[in-house]
Design a protein around this ligand. Structure first.
Ligand code: KG4
Ligand code: ZN
Length: 335
């Protein structure tokens, strides 16, 4: 079964054709990062307009690359939630137009379920059930993936998402947007023990994350040093912040894995590209006899391959929508 996927939830306009949820036939991603970098973050109105400009040619190129016509696909999958509403609406409306003219079924996909599904493309043998750490720019969850379309949130962030924690602290350090990737590169040359930051405890919720305390501590440390005229050693700061974020994520994730008894562990979302997170999880899993999966780097960030992959499983589960489908800025991964 061949699924055409569309993604436009944030600042990438993407389309892809994927066979049976696993095999990528074509994929096109038009990124807006260069436009948003001058503002230090995504400007929602600009993002919506840029999706509007890019989507027709991205869809056209995706079909051309596959040498296929829309009549040859079995369904049209689209990210319908969560995300920036003005961005989501562009993809959803375009997908509705495609479904209407082609007569193909329309399949709404949850963006974070898509991130999880990026692993099915990278690992053809991976099947649920497993425990997944979903870490993106907008969300941080520990999710029990009972089946392809049956999920339960075990832990979540109480404040900032992991990607947001990286981006905000990186910005204070003067690094360009998106800060996570720049901080990761810089951190490779720094001493992770140069600075220590408080370890948050979320009372009563052992699997929940909190990054606001870390963010405030980093900002205060940098401002104090600047006020005293001390030059901030950015590589050491980046390495220390990265280590703190990764420690918070891996501690909670491994605690949840131990308590739920899962030994098949999966990483997903933009932050799963983080080199320390990947290294640290590999070490921990090797020591504890757990299987670890994470997506290839090209599948970690936003793309439509993952939407077409998850769209396949949603379609098999009967989750189609009619042409009244609307986008939503928020929606739980569970439903
Ligand atoms: O999943 P994603 O591409 O978009 C959302 O759904 O939000 O995630 C984007 C986030 C950004 O916060 C970005 O800084 C972060 O992922 N990110 C990283 C790395 N690459 C991207 N964070 C840490 N290390 C990286 N290598
Ligand atoms: Zn994403």
């Amino acid at each position: 079964m061949v699924i055409f996927g569309i993604e436009s939830s944030c600042d990438e306009t993407a389309a892809s054709i994927v066979k049976d949820g696993r095999e990528v036939i074509s994929s096109v991603i038009a990124t807006q990062v260069a436009r948003h970098v001058e503002f230090g973050g995504v400007v929602p109105e600009i993002a919506g307009r840029m999706h509007c400009e890019a989507i027709s040619s991205v869809v056209r190129r995706t079909l051309d690359e596959a040498q296929m016509k829309i009549e040859e696909v079995d369904a049209i999958a689209v990210t319908a939630y969560p995300g920036l509403i003005g961005s989501l609406l562009v993809g959803v409306n375009f997908a509705k137009g495609m479904a209407m003219t082609s007569g193909k079924p329309l399949v709404p996909v949850h963006h974070l379920r898509g991130h999880i599904a990026s692993n099915y493309i990278s690992h053809h043998d991976l099947k649920p059930p497993f425990l997944c750490l979903v870490v993106s720019g907008g969300h941080s969850h520990i999710v029990e993936v009972k089946d392809y379309t049956d999920m339960r949130i075990i832990g979540r962030t109480r404040d900032d998402a992991a990607g947001e924690a990286f981006d905000k602290t990186a910005r204070t350090m003067g690094l360009p947007y998106p800060g996570g990737i720049h901080m990761d590169k810089l951190a490779e040359q720094g001493n992770p023990d140069a600075f220590t930051f408080p370890v948050p405890k979320v009372s009563g919720s052992p699997y929940d994350f909190s990054f606001s305390g870390l963010k405030t501590a980093v900002i205060n440390t940098i401002h104090n040093m600047q006020q005293k005229g001390i030059e901030v050693p950015t590589a050491d700061m980046a390495a220390s912040v990265r280590q703190s974020v990764v420690n918070i994520l891996t501690d909670r994730f491994m605690l949840a894995a131990r308590d739920t008894g899962y030994n098949k562990l999966v990483l997903a979302g933009g932050v799963s590209a983080n080199s320390l997170l990947r290294r640290r999880m590999s070490e921990i899993c090797a020591k504890n006899g757990c299987e670890l999966y994470y997506p290839e780097l090209k599948l970690c960030g936003d793309n439509a391959m993952m939407i077409a992959a998850q769209g396949y499983y949603e379609y098999l589960a009967g989750s189609t929508a009619d042409l009244s489908l609307n986008a939503r800025a928020e929606r739980s991964i569970e439903i």
